[in-house]
Write a protein that binds this ligand. Sequence first.
Ligand code: ADP
Ligand code: MG
Length: 327
Amino acid sequence: ARLANQIAAGEVVERPSSVVKELVENSLDAGATTIKIDIEKGGAKRIRISDNGSGIVKDELTLALSRHATSKIKDLNDLEGICSLGFRGEALASISSVARLTLTSKPAEQESAWQAIAEGRDMAVALQPAAHPNGTTIDVVDLFFNTPARRKFLRTEKTEFTHIEEVIKRIALARFDVSFILSHNQKVIKHFKSVNNKSLYAKRVAQICGQKFIEHSLEIDCQHGDLQLSGWVGLPSFARNQNDLSFSYVNGRMMRDKLINHAIRQAYSNLLPADTYPAFVLFLVLDVREVDVNVHPAKHEVRFHQGRYIHDFIYSVCHNALSENAN
Ligand code: ADP
Ligand code: MG
């Protein structure tokens, strides 16, 4: 069992930041409103995620650690309209095959917490009582301790932590309603407090992308039929020399999608000097049945059923805003 999971882990667990992404997405799927991310030594030593979400009942702890166990889809038809971030049931099994993983959880309706540890070649799960408030903590220690080839690929502590910070920023931009506290080696590095008022969204964007970006960008909010595009596009004068400020989301899921990026780049076409890139934070919302998110295991890409139509919508909204305000 461990070997099969380690093979699958190659797809899901590339480096510490991919572990962080999977675990934080699980916390979001569980409805958490506060998520603590504690990192030690760039994640190689420890990645611990604590949330106040719905938790996992004692009888399902073992299942949660097994491959292809997901509580999020009941049958294949559900794949058509996935709303939750995870759905493959691979992350926990994969991570526990390449690290020492402890899962502690307490659903509100359960009197006390229980802890599960997967151990040994057969990944047998040991259960024991534990102390934990409502919610879940997943503690991942010694990542890649048993796959030395992959451990060798880890970069410096600083580089790995920078990747983790990037993941948290990307997620924090998608979920203004959730608090994120990111610590490295016992020190709080980022604290994004939840904001429930739309007029305060810009504050979190400034915290993540810089005050300058907010000052030099246009706020967009446009609806066309079932499509909605909102967010901020940087004025051409602010466009960066490197591609470090491009955040796009489809139904709350972060993306690096060719079609979206192309539409935005085209919207800037004549406005940007050569070798500069657009800066943007954009949220596209559409009917979940209009997108297929099952394209890539890491889920950074989507397939739109009406690609051309979506492309032109993004293009025209951004282009109109930019050309009205070009300077
Ligand atoms: P997936 O997210 O694709 O369902 P995972 O391996 O990431 O698969 O998680 C397996 C299952 O464990 C989830 O379907 C969910 O039921 C449960 N789970 C994982 N993390 C949490 C969490 N933080 N809170 C509540 N349940 C969780
Ligand atoms: Mg998951």
